[in-house]
Design a protein around this ligand. Structure first.
Ligand code: UN1
Length: 513
């Protein structure tokens, strides 16, 4: 049986049977327990990674803090040049890294490549940005005074990322943080530690080739205990965390408790509104990719379809028909659309969601189930399912990280659909399918979607890096990637300069000595 070039990819990426999981740039060392990384694709052990102990973490922090002193004074465009070189290396290793992402995480190879493409894109974006870290100039109210603002590097940025985008989310943070003059300490998900090792190998090559200090990019590995080292560390002014709302609440309160900044990218419960003026063909592609892409494990995955009653049956039948075409299997085989879930715990949650929706009165119209037999030995392959449900079901209110799509019906005005769409605790991504300008604009208006992302005639997933990425409410409020998301990685300083021989006070206050 072909291994789809996995062995070769691991070699290219410098991933061994047993890897150190702690690194300060060029130096690898770890003294913790072994984390075993099993592939959800075939259930096989890929390799082991040593976790980081508290002592390892302290060594990392020493290296990071030291590296920051050099990095922060390097001109931003020169830091951009380093990120440019990193982007070049990613281009060279795109296939290998895309394969590892697919094999360790389970998303399709195409999506693995797409993820690496997001890394390349954010590098390009960051390179341009490295000459555009602009502040404003203000007119002083005092004569002979000048006032302006500068953005300075923050320091060590902690990054805690999730299994579902095991490489891209790191790069959204690091590419920006690096050009901003920060150094990074990354804890990847313990479910995808090899992706972390591979990325760290790539950036280490760049740092070494440029004689740059260790510690600009650091890696630590482990579970929530290592995450806590980061969130509780007063030497880390910003913690960027991606994952569940439950995890985000813990990180947020730990970081807030020491008045640090956090950038949170948490759960979504994303809906597509389908109005009577929707293009049905586009709706089906957007909805099906949104619901089953990455096996429903994107935070932007489509969880709810809110369909107008006048076209409900038509849309339902078209989506159900499309589900019949789906091929589930090894994600490295490009004939398949849907790969496995990350692990058996995820399968259990998927099963529970299907049980729950039935118990709450839902009607399953595309049966789910766990696949068995040849090719499905890992036990992580499930059938994408669809249930007719109501928005107020507890399970519909909840983000299940699996390919379960809920169909909801609305009648009358688009406002009713918007109310349903907004009627959940999360606020990440949303979409409307319509050719009606009035409906589209109402959806985008102040009284429209309450999400961080609102799309017209595009599904909920697959955001480009150029826009700010993130969401409101329980999604956590953070923004990563494009637009002016870079500002969170810097500290703003307001400077007022007096070039006279007088010292007038602001607000006209008199203070004569
Ligand atoms: C995530 O699921 O954590 O919009 C990020 C998308 C991707 C990013 C998703 N560009 O689907």
């Amino acid at each position: 049986m072909t291994d789809f070039g996995i062995k070769e990819a691991l070699k290219t990426l410098g991933v061994n049977d047993i890897n150190e999981g702690t690194s300060t740039g060029s130096k690898w060392f770890s003294n913790g327990e072994l984390i075993e990384s099993y592939s959800p694709v075939d259930g096989k052990l890929i390799a082991k990674v040593k976790a980081s102990t508290k002592e390892d973490y302290e060594n990392v922090m020493t290296a990071a803090t030291e590296a920051f002193k050099t990095w922060r004074v390097m001109p931003a465009p020169q830091r951009g040049e380093i990120v440019r070189q990193f982007g070049e290396k990613l281009r060279e290793k795109k296939e290998a890294l895309g394969k590892l992402v697919s094999y360790e995480m389970g998303k399709s190879y195409q999506e693995g490549l797409g993820e690496v493409q997001e890394m390349i894109d954010i590098c390009d974006f960051a390179v341009g940005l490295s000459r555009q870290l602009h502040g404003l100039t203000m007119h002083s109210e005092r004569p002979g005074h000048r006032m302006y603002e500068q953005y300075h590097p923050l320091g060590v940025v902690g990054i805690i990322s999730a299994f579902n985008f095991p490489v891209a989310v790191w790069s959204w943070n690091t590419a920006l943080a690096w050009i901003c003059g920060d150094v990074c300490v990354w804890k990847p998900s313990e479910k995808t530690p090899l992706c972390g090792v591979a990325c760290q190998n790539i950036i280490t090559e760049v740092l070494q080739e440029n004689n740059l200090p260790e510690g600009i990019s650091c890696l630590v590995n482990g579970d929530y205990v290592v995450g806590e080292f980061i969130s509780k560390d007063t030497r880390i002014p910003l913690v960027s965390a991606t994952g569940s709302t439950r995890m985000g609440k813990i990180v947020a309160s730990e970081v807030a408790g020491r008045l640090g900044k956090s950038l949170l990218e948490l759960g979504g419960n994303n809906a597509i509104i389908v109005t009577p003026d929707a293009d049905i063909k586009m709706t089906v592609i957007g909805a099906v990719f949104g619901a089953v892409g990455t096996a429903g494990q994107r935070c932007t995955s489509t969880r709810r379809l809110i369909i107008h009653d006048s076209i409900y049956d038509k849309v339902k039948n078209a989506v159900v028909d499309a589900y019949k075409q789906l091929r589930i299997g090894n994600p490295l085989d490009e004939n398949n659309h849907v790969g496995p879930l990350i692990d058996k715990d995820a399968v259990a949650m998927y099963n529970k969601a299907l049980e729950k929706v039935v118990a709450e009165g839902g009607n399953i119209i595309v049966e789910g189930g766990v696949l068995e037999g040849e090719g499905y030995e890992s036990g992580c392959y499930v059938k994408p399912a669809i249930a007719e449900a109501a928005n107020d079901y507890e399970i519909v209110q909840h983000e299940t990280f699996a390919p379960v799509l809920y169909l909801l019906k609305y009648s009358g005005d688009v406002e009713n659909a918007i109310n349903l769409q907004n009627g959940v605790a999360q606020g990440l991504s949303s979409a409307i399918m319509t050719n009606n300008l009035r409906e589209a604009e109402r959806f985008l208006s102040h009284a429209g979607s309450d999400c961080g992302i609102a799309n017209v005639n595009i599904g909920t997933s697959g955001a480009e890096i150029g826009g700010a990425f993130g969401g409101e409410k329980e999604t956590g409020g953070g923004r990563e990637s494009g637009s002016d998301a870079w500002k969170i990685y810097m500290r703003r300083q307001t400077n007022t300069i007096n070039y006279t021989t007088e010292l007038p006070l602001a607000q006209g206050i008199k203070f004569d000595l």
